[in-house]
Design a protein around this ligand. Structure first.
Ligand code: GLN
Length: 534
């Protein structure tokens, strides 16, 4: 017997994609949490990929990695950053995953004698999954975000599963929509009315409508949406553009979100306590200092490709009351003749993020050299650590043409090479060294002081590593390998002896939370701010 009845919230997007469903879902979760309710998110993505690992960040944005190595959509980063939870594979459901599962069941003979159908077999599988996640997390509320837009072919069967779920459980549907203004003050509700009608034709009635908008909605516009969409007037919410996404839970709550959620879910209304969150938002809105950080990546045209890094900088900025400006640096410009001092002009620190392949790599190496020689704080993330070792090998240890075999298979000095287990792998899906791994930090090292601990765990996503045959030579040259795998066989972190320069084989940005900034980012930003004073 269940002691309390679990509740489900399903968030759907209407009219168009890109309205920020992930941020709304995470904000609703934050409000529930702030009342003391536990909320666990699940996201459904309609594509037939099993996970996001094989997707190009150019097209799809960053690949976010969870502790268990699941490669997923960047919305999972938003959930983790808002809700301070460590999610796992169960929280992500894709079309590929669910079809694979049902087909494998069919092959095992689990449906023997039956034709296998979208309804009821696939929809049952989906309902079973969301119930299982709620059970495992013992959550008060399961928050389900449906990727894509209502009316898409891709998520049709998932919406059907949610319609059925609403017959069997307590389900609240939240619709996200866009209310455009043809001219200032002329707000148009008709598209939203049609979108809600489309939802109703699928058997789904939203009880809350969140409106992205060009300008705050007039009272009569909200009343009109309420009347035509069958929703109470106090359940129509404004979702304007904000300076910081972390303000959205506060803004929704100001409009009475917790009241409406509790009423529609049939749960007791409790006091909403945002605590530290509110203070941090205030500090972001009224910063007392500013830093400019260069991020030298490859996908700089698509900022979403590095969203966890920019968010980690925002978290650290909030901690210090600093506005962090990011300067996106295309390092291929350096290869075409521009000087690092030109492209990095005005920057207080340099980050070389994760990356793959040759384009811009030599330019990154030059930028790292410039940062090291000019004592500009440096943070190297995965590829950024590997290239910092290449730079050090070439410029300090005198190993001419040292390189990573990823970019030059014939280099005389392969200081970065395949992880041994990677040599035999040819399949591309979920085959990198993925997820959380422990790392032991050297006592007395800068990194150890930053983390305040000798044993840490960060998330990974790579195929290459520092070649152990070169560790001694790099160390003799002065490079400190301050973090190693517990067995001592993988160099996990490096630091320069002079100035602030740290490289990590991991992606600490993936574990940075608004309420708990990643230690390396905080220390890096601190070093950048201190350097300004000199
Ligand atoms: N391309 C490098 C590797 O596979 C770095 C990967 C990364 O930065 N995530 O090891």
């Amino acid at each position: 017997m269940q002691s309390k009845k679990r509740k489900f919230i399903v968030i759907v997007g209407s009219l168009m994609s890109g309205l920020g469903k992930g941020i709304v879902s995470a904000s609703v979760g934050k409000i529930l949490q702030s009342m003391g309710y536990s909320a666990v998110p699940i996201k459904f993505d309609g594509y037939l990929n099993v996970d996001c690992g094989t997707m190009n960040p150019f097209r799809h944005g960053e690949v976010f990695v969870l502790d268990d190595g699941t490669e997923c959509d960047l919305d999972f980063g938003t959930y983790e950053r808002f809700l301070n939870l460590n999610l796992n594979a169960d929280n992500s459901l894709t079309g590929g995953k669910i079809f694979k599962r049902i087909i494998e069941k069919e092959r095992r003979g689990e449906f023997l004698g039956r034709d296998v159908q979208i309804v009821p077999h696939l929809t049952d599988e989906i309902k079973g999954h969301v119930r299982m996640v709620g059970e495992k997390w013992n959550a008060d509320v399961v928050l389900i975000e449906v990727g894509g837009t209502v009316g898409d072919l891709e998520n049709g069967y998932f919406l059907e599963a949610m319609r059925q779920l609403a017959v069997e459980e307590d389900v609240l549907f939240i619709q996200l929509t866009y209310v455009m203004s043809i001219s200032p003050g002329e707000q148009k509700t008709k598209p939203t009315q049609h979108a809600t009608r489309l939802l109703s034709s699928l058997g789904i009635q939203p009880k809350v409508i969140v409106c992205r908008e060009d300008e705050p909605l007039d009272k009569d516009v909200k009343e009109k949406i309420a009347l035509f969409c069958n929703v109470k007037a106090d359940a129509i919410f404004d979702d304007p553009d904000l300076g910081s996404i972390y303000e959205l839970p506060l803004l929704l709550e100001k409009q009475g979100m917790s009241e409406v959620l509790c009423r529609e879910l049939g749960i007791a209304k409790k006091k909403v306590e945002f605590g530290e969150w509110e203070k941090l938002v205030e500090r972001i809105k009224n910063p007392s200092k500013e830093a400019t950080i260069a991020i030298a990546g490859k996908y700089t045209a698509v900022k979403d490709a590095y969203i966890s890094i920019s968010e980690a900088l925002v978290h650290s900025g909030a901690k210090f009351g600093a506005r962090v400006r990011v300067k996106w640096v295309e390092t291929s410009e350096v290869e075409k003749g521009k000087k690092p001092s030109e492209v990095l002009e005005g920057c207080d620190g340099l980050i070389v993020p994760g990356g793959f392949g040759k384009r811009g790599a030599e330019g990154k190496v030059e930028c790292i050299k410039w940062a090291r020689e000019n004592k500009v704080p440096y943070l190297g993330l995965c590829y950024g650590m590997q290239l910092a070792c290449v730079e050090y090998a070439r410029d300090v240890c005198g190993l001419k043409d040292a390189n990573t075999t990823e970019n030059d298979e014939k280099t005389p000095h392969p200081v970065v090479d395949f992880l041994p287990e990677q040599r035999k792998i040819t399949a591309k899906g979920a085959t990198m060294r993925l997820g959380a791994y422990d790392c032991v930090l050297e006592k007395g090292s800068v990194a150890c002081k930053i983390y305040g601990s000798e044993k840490i765990s960060e998330r990974h996503r790579h195929r290459y590593e520092i070649n152990n045959d070169y560790v001694k030579r790099l160390e003799e040259g002065g490079l400190g390998f301050c973090g190693k795998s517990p067995a001592g066989d993988i160099m996990e972190m490096m630091e320069w002896k002079e100035g602030f320069g740290i490289g990590t084989q991991a992606h600490p940005e993936l574990k940075s939370r608004f309420l708990a900034p990643a230690p390396l980012f905080a220390a890096f930003l601190d070093a950048c701010l201190k350097r300004q004073k000199k």
